[in-house]
Design a protein around this ligand. Sequence first.
Ligand code: ATP
Ligand code: MG
Length: 704
Amino acid sequence: FFRSLEQYGISLNRPQLAAVRHNHGPALTLAGAGSGKTSVLVCRTAYLLAVRRVQPQHILLMTFSKKAADEMRGRIRSLPALNPQAANGVEARTFHSFCLQLLRGRGYRQGILGETGQKHIFFKRLMRELMLKNDYEPETLLAQLSAIKLQMINVSDLPSATTEERELKLLFTRYEQWKKDMDKLDYDDLLLEAYKLLKDDEALLAALQNRFHYVMIDEFQDTNQVQYVLVQMLADKHRNLMVVGDDDQTIYSFNGAKNDYILNFEHQYPGAVTYVLDINYRSTSTIVGLGNAIIQYNKLRKEKTLLAVKPKGVNPAYARLKSTQEEALLIVDTVANQVNAGKRAYGDFAVLFRTASSSRALTELLLTKELPFIDFGDGQLFYDQWAIKPLLAHLRLVQDRRNFDAMETLLPSLYVNREQAMAFIWNQDKQRAKKWPLIHLLEFPQLKEFQKDKIKERIKLIKSLTDLKPAAAIMQLRQAFYDQFLETSKKHEMTEHKEGLKEVLDEFESAAGIYDTIEAFLAYIDDITDKHAALQKLQKHEHNRSAISLMSIHKSKGLEFPVVFVIGASEGILPHSSALAADKHSDRTYIQTGEDSLAEALEEERRLAYVAVTRAQEELYISSPALYRGKPAELSRFIRSAFSNGEEEDADSESVLAWLCTSSTCQVWQRIITYEDSQTETRSCPLCEAPMEQGTKILPKKKK
Ligand code: ATP
Ligand code: MG
């Protein structure tokens, strides 16, 4: 068996072999990025099938994302010495699809509420219906609700001391009720319901325990409580549980994942055998070195250093750019150069980012230039977000007062029923068309005084925006709609959802900044929207391999790409501002769902940086905009510290050694070289092939 693997190009190292041959009982593989953990699971599956003659239906493999599960199945199927049927019989699934199948098999017929549907209900319906005092940022709220549920806390047990707590408890309760009434389950419910089902149905649990002789879990470091309990239950009879993971890659703790599960595994499963893999097969040695250099500063970790087997390759590069626009241009150029030279295909490239809004400029440039890319996010265009839409509707009314769609969008903010009010306006307008149909609304029956005032106020506001530049108009609108909420809260009350809202609004304002007229800005958005729609249609048919991948660092876990760009490596983006505000550590989230201190938040950000850089196989580009939404943003401390060869924050890291291209037209990407790597060699620039020279790059001064 192993010889056939070797012929196929896979020669496992000693600890990998041991793990693959692992016989009975619990086992843990705790190892760094790219060290072959997933490969061990894949090969062990093949080994069990081909050598131990285990029936495929007795094997259960679980992982986190659909993409990872697809890849795993593909890898198993491609192995030699296996008949395809056997490979197909193995259950290799995500937790969610496993649970869904279980529920369906038991006659659960509920519809599944995806992320988009969730947001829609939460924010189009419930938040408006409840007329909450505060504005909340939907993604963050959903993440919080998720964290609460996945820690198996009942919504009814949430605290309700402050207004905010009461409002959110109400919102969450209504949401849960709505789902019940509508016969729907969201993703978290899938896990919870499956758990309840197994807890209550002993026969079913016993059948599953009998069926799965071997249970293997990938990315175990990001297991949440429900998943952990599910795994325990399923593996309880045979106890052939093998988990693999890397505590340095825990990046879902905001969602209830606990590092403890992996670090305490040996304690929970006495007699568990531990396998340690320490050779990275994925990346060139300089990339591995940079990964090590970044993660070493975390304190809450099991110490381990990865060794590299691949040659040095080209050193990671980094660039400090003026803005995200410039960053986008540079990346598009770099990709285009390599593709045009026939060196690579679009599918070799991935761009990773911390938050979706930090990828706005790049997404839009790719759309404008009509380059093929796949967005692994929610597929939503920046301007379609809940916070932006009403502001955009106002801008559209400034441009064209008879824009009925825009009018409809802003009705809820005037506290009138959308359908009724719209029908009324249409009807009035048919009888005597007004230049400005919104004025009809003043005659809407049974309006209260405060509503009339609101409408008049709004008309005045829109009028006042007429001659403004788009950025200035957005500033006015922000002030009218959000700033009071954002500012009145005292600083220490600035919670994460407000931070998220602010981020989106700042980005919107900064996007408008380059346009002189509202009309031009709106025309640009329309163009981008059309291109985005066209691309989405195309993506349904096209293959992933022919497009650049765009995804959040969170989504990139477990994946690898020949060339990786990590964008937005600036303070405030990565690490994210929500982990930085020094006075926020006590109330980073609205409801405390676990230990959460500033130091821990920063360590999670650092793990994100580590995950990001360790996705690259051959080339790594890190870029850092110096201005982010109009404000100065320093180079990310994670990148800076990687050069500092010592303590992180106090190190004199004002200058780093770098390779500079000697061509006068191409001095953008700086090759990063680490301190160990200081011998002079002649290299050529990956962009223009001109020789490079070793130089010192001065980094901007650090604030004390
Ligand atoms: P991550 O922590 O990112 O999930 P991982 O530990 O799961 O990484 P894998 O994805 O299994 O690592 O492996 C990384 C790369 O190394 C893959 O391309 C895999 O094919 C390759 N690889 C793993 N083991 C070996 C080996 N013994 N010889 C050659 N290549 C290997
Ligand atoms: Mg893996």
